[in-house]
Each structure stands twice: as C-alpha cells, then as structure tokens.
Design a protein around this ligand. Structure first.
Ligand code: NAD
Length: 483
C-alpha cells in the first residue's frame, strides 16, 4: 500500500494533523493507498501559497500568456506519455472499465491542449463612447480559484477546470474527492516536472465536510468550481455567499433519451444502452430515462433488455462493460431505490439486484437494470440514482414526450432520436436542458462544447470557450486623450 503526500506550494507534504485517509479499490475492496487527511489548516496553507504565487511578479509580469500555454501543452504531452499509468490508476481508484479510464485520460490531455491554445487569446474590446475617449475592456484572471472534484470522473473533471483556470492566469487549489484522489496526485507530479511557478497548482486531499468546507468558506478565494451532488452544491453556494464569491455549479441529472418510431433504431439502441452503463451509471449525464414512442415500445425495449443481459460485469481492470459501484454505501443507495419502487408496482425487466463477479469478491456490483411501469412522479423517476438503472416511459405524442422530458428538477442533457429534423428542432427548442444531442449522445466527450445544467443541474458552463468566463473578470478602462 502506497503512502502518498499532497502538493502544496510546490512541496510534497503530510497533513498538518498527520492523519490519513485510506483509498480503496472498488473492484476488490483492497486498500491501495493512504493519502493525507487535509483539514482547514492545510487548506489555509494551500490558499496562502496560491495567493502568493498569483500575486508574484514572476506570474504577473515575467510569465507571458503564451508561456502558460506552453506549460499546458507540456502537461498534455506528459499525460499521453503516462497514459498507461494514469488509466490504470483511475481504474483502481474509481473501478471503471480500463478502456473508459483510457478515454478519460485522453480527454484530460485534450482539455490541456484546448485551453493551452487559448492562453494568449483572452481578448477585450474597444467600445465607442465619445470623441477624445478610448474605452477598452480587459479580461483579467479572478485570482485564486477553488476546485472541488467528485469521485466519478476525477482526472477529466480536474483537467477541464484547472486547464481553463491556469490558461487564464489564475492560481488553483484543488480538493479531489476523498474516495478518488490518486490521479489528482499523479497530475501534480507531472506539473512538478514543469516550470510552472510553485503555488500555482495546489492539491489538498481530504474529506468534504472538513477540507471541502474549509476551502469553500475561505476568505481569500475568488471563485469556486464545484462538481458534485445537489445537496453539497447548496452547501457550497451558502459558504460562497458569506464571502461574495462566485460559483460554477455542475450538479446531477436525470437525462432522457427520447426515441421516436421514425429514428435509426440501431443507433438509438446503441446509445440508449451506452449512456446508462458508462461508468456503471455513475455519470451526471447518464441517459437514465428512456422515453419511447408507444408504437415501438415493446419491440425497442425488448432489444434494450436483451442488450443489457449480454453485458459483462466485472472488475475494472479486466475491462468489462460494467465495473463495480464505487462503494457499499452507493450500492445500498441504488438498491433502496429499487426496493421502494417495487413496492409501488414497477416492473423489473432485467437486473434490479447486485451480482457476484469472479475476481471482484470484495467489491459491490449491480446488474444492468431496466424498469418499466415507472410512475413519472415517483422518486425513481425524479431522483438521480447513480447506477446502471434505466427507467422506461412511453408517449403517444410529441407534446407528451416533451412534457415527460421536462418533468424533473434536473436539466443537464437530452437525447432526441428521430429522422424528422423539424420535430428534432422543435423539441431542442423547448427542452429545458443545457445540452441537447440529436441522433447522438455525448458526442465523444465534447471538450469544445459548453456543458452545464438548467434547473437543479446547476449553472455556469464548463468546457468550450464559455468556461473561460468562469476564470476571468472584466475591467473597463476609459482614457481621455483629447477634449
Ligand atoms: P458529492 O457532492 O458528495 O461530493 C463532491 C465533492 O464535494 C467531493 O470532493 C466532496 O468531498 C466535496 N464535498 C462534500 N461535502 C462538501 C462540503 N460541505 N463543502 C465542500 N465540499 C464538499 O458528490 P459525489 O458523490 O462525489 O459525486 C457525484 C455527484 O456529482 C452526482 O450527483 C453527479 O451527478 C455529480 N456530477 C456532476 C457532473 C457535472 O459536470 N454536472 C459531473 C460529475 C458528477
């Protein structure tokens, strides 16, 4: 078992308390590493180091924008050089199938490349005001940015916000999820090999209630990027309010795939299944609701069920279709949804229970599950389950499909499957979600596509150029030269 340190001010350190957190491999239940249990004192050290680095002459004056880009490109290259180690580490930490971990590592490299290219293209405007005045705007970094990371896609989610924050000239303090800190620490190792000034990137491992709370309520941070659950998002927002700190909240989802009878059913089938089983359904943008037109329901759902039955469940490292659930606690949460729904008369078409898998005796595995006769108002239809559980609903008309699609408190992603382009656009126009995919879903990671939610799925956007707004603030300068 490895005994790891965290990264503050360019140094590898223990927690001030000397206490540690044990990291578990969800596939096997094995203890794989100890990481420092960072608390308020450690967070304070990290924020002070970030502030000092941010305000240093080196970062403000010597380091030119394109040089920030070079560092990010170097990191992208290092991620690719180390992709085998990183993917394996992510699989050991999160439990996800190895090929999915490789895809996450590639996405991480792409985030660094994408934002590297933007480092010297953060432009302002000149604004016509009156003769004799030149008025211009400058987009400046916000300062010290806090990044709170969930456990389901650690390397991707750290990379997408840290790359954008550093490209725009900020200094970062990252708190990975307590369950999955390993790739964050490996990323810090890669940064340590570059010429990035000490203190621009700090990684503090620790629990949410402790290190997370301390970071969000710290008086000297200037922005919080939070990705996680709705209740924690609310707590983060309240803490941020105390110091008038802006937040970007990426929260959960209950995303529908809307399947019309005229669509390419083979393509729809592939993505309906993929979008709910990826990372064992522990994905904010999982397609957890299937809304299918009544006339093809029986036939289409039968195909989905058959496909789900063929899937291989197993330890992440063996690259199955579905890996373990992160923890026993998460597993029991999924089970509780099914038990409650069974009592309400839902029909379990397949799955609905845990499964034992060879080589994964210490892990918790859930069978791919399809549920029918789900009441659109019940908990199962409304709340994020975070497991490989697909709920089926049917509709007769476009209006009914839209009503069902919008009928939750979330609004992250919508998939629309139809060959009628006018109908697709009508729905895209009326659906309340931050991303809409027509005849595809997820579209390969979408580094360039702004991502974020409507309603309780959050606000603000990550990914794409839009994310640069999170990490910059606008200054207007008016200069009188005549009159
Ligand atoms: P979580 O809310 O339990 O934890 C997320 C992070 O917040 C962790 O690092 C945790 O330590 C920290 N945290 C916990 N309490 C805190 C507090 N009081 N103050 C500050 N930080 C605190 O979520 P999770 O279980 O790790 O992740 C799963 C959730 O994340 C799901 O709801 C999922 O939909 C969501 N998610 C959203 C996106 C997206 O981009 N929209 C992406 C991935 C995951």
């Amino acid at each position: 078992m490895k005994n790891l340190k965290m990264y503050i001010n360019g140094e590898w350190v223990e927690s001030a308390s000397g206490e540690s957190i044990t990291v578990i491999n969800p596939s096997t239940g094995d203890q794989v590493a100890l990481v420092p249990m960072g608390k308020a004192e450690d967070i304070d050290a990290a924020v002070r180091s970030a502030r000092k680095a941010f305000e240093s002459e080196e970062w403000q004056q010597t380091f030119r924008p394109h040089e920030r880009g070079y560092i990010l490109l170097e990191i992208a290259a290092k991620i690719r050089e180390n992709k085998d180690d990183l993917a394996k580490l992510e699989t050991i930490d999160v439990g996800k199938p190895l090929s999915q971990a490789y895809a996450d590592v590639e996405a991480a490299a792409r985030y660094f490349e994408y934002y590297a290219g933007m480092a010297d293209k953060i432009l302002g405007e000149t604004i016509p005001v009156e003769y004799g005045i030149i008025d211009y705007t400058v987009r400046e970094p916000v300062g010290v940015t806090a990044h709170i990371i969930p456990w389901n896609y650690p390397i991707q989610i750290i990379s997408r916000s840290v790359a954008a924050a550093i490209a725009t000239g900020n200094a970062c303090v990252v708190k990975p999820a307590e369950d999955t800190p390993l790739t964050a620490l490996k990323l810090a190792e890669l940064f340590a090999e570059t010429k990035l000034p000490k203190g621009i990137l700090n990684i503090v491992t620790g629990y949410g209630y402790d290190a997370g709370t301390a970071l969000c309520s710290h008086r000297d941070i200037n922005h919080i990027t939070f990705t996680g659950s709705v209740p924690t998002g609310m707590a983060v927002m309240k803490a941020a309010a105390e110091n008038i700190v802006p937040v970007t909240l990426e929260l959960g989802g209950k995303s529908p795939n809307i399947v019309f009878s005229d669509c390419d059913q083979d393509a729809a089938l592939e993505w309906v299944v993929k979008s709910i089983i990826q990372n064992a359904g522990q994905t904010c943008s999982a397609g957890s609701r299937l809304l299918v037109e009544a006339e093809i329901k029986e036939e289409f759902v039968a195909k989905v069920v058959n496909r789900m039955k063929e899937l291989k469940v197993g330890p992440g490292i063996s690259d199955p279709d579905i890996g373990p659930i992160l923890s026993k606690k998460q597993f029991e949460r999924i089970e509780s949804f099914i038990f409650a729904a069974e009592a309400e008369g839902i029909k379990v078409l397949t799955g609905g229970r845990g499964v034992d898998v060879e080589g994964g005796e210490g892990g918790s595995y859930f069978a791919p599950t399809v549920l029918d006769h789900v009441d659109p108002a019940c908990k199962l239809a409304q709340e994020e389950i975070f497991g490989p559980v697909l709920s089926v609903f049917s509709f007769e008309t476009e209006a009914e499909a839209l009503q069902l699609a919008n009928n939750t408190e979330f609004g992250l992603v919508t998939g629309i499957w139809t060959n009628d382009v006018k109908r697709a656009h009508r729905i895209a126009n009326k659906v309340r979600s931050g991303q809409v995919f027509i005849n595809n879903y997820g579209a390969g990671g979408g580094i360039q596509m702004p991502f974020g939610g409507y309603k309780k799925s959050g606000f603000g956007r990550e990914k794409g150029l839009e994310a640069l707004r999170n990490y910059t603030q606008l200054k207007n300068v008016a200069l009188r030269y005549d009159g």
